[in-house]
Ligand binder design. Sequence first.
Ligand SMILES: *[C@@H]1O[C@H](CO)[C@@H](O)[C@H](O)[C@H]1NC(C)=O
Ligand SMILES: [Cu+2]
Length: 126
Amino acid sequence: MAKGRGSAGHGVALGVALLCLLLHCKLAESAIYTVGGNGGWSLNTVSWPNGKRFRAGDVLVFKYNPKAHNVAAVTAAGYNRCTMPRGSKIFKSGNDSIRLRRGRNYFICSFVGHCQAGMKIAVTAA
Ligand SMILES: *[C@@H]1O[C@H](CO)[C@@H](O)[C@H](O)[C@H]1NC(C)=O
Ligand SMILES: [Cu+2]
């Protein structure tokens, strides 16, 4: 009985694997990006997303000195005005992995003047 279930399980797993191959499984496609490349999350990162194509589920890794910067996930208004709306989620480990949601995703550094100095990104995930 248990043995029978086990082999059925293998069959299901194989089926799922094949289906993944056929449908270009979403999990396999999710990519990891280091924001800002080698320079990391820093001033003048605003144009870093240009020319890149992101998908929902992709992960952005923000690397920075946590004494000098942070990452706030904000609204479009927060991004445009360089303000942090109440309730914004703030990351401050210096090595933050953030999964993109479908649509627009906005991040700024909330240290004084940094967002204005281009420490902000808007990323569209398909
Ligand atoms: C950053 O985080 C990732 C994933 O959480 C981890 O694998 C990596 O070792 C970390 N890097 C540093 C420098 O802490
Ligand atoms: Cu900063």
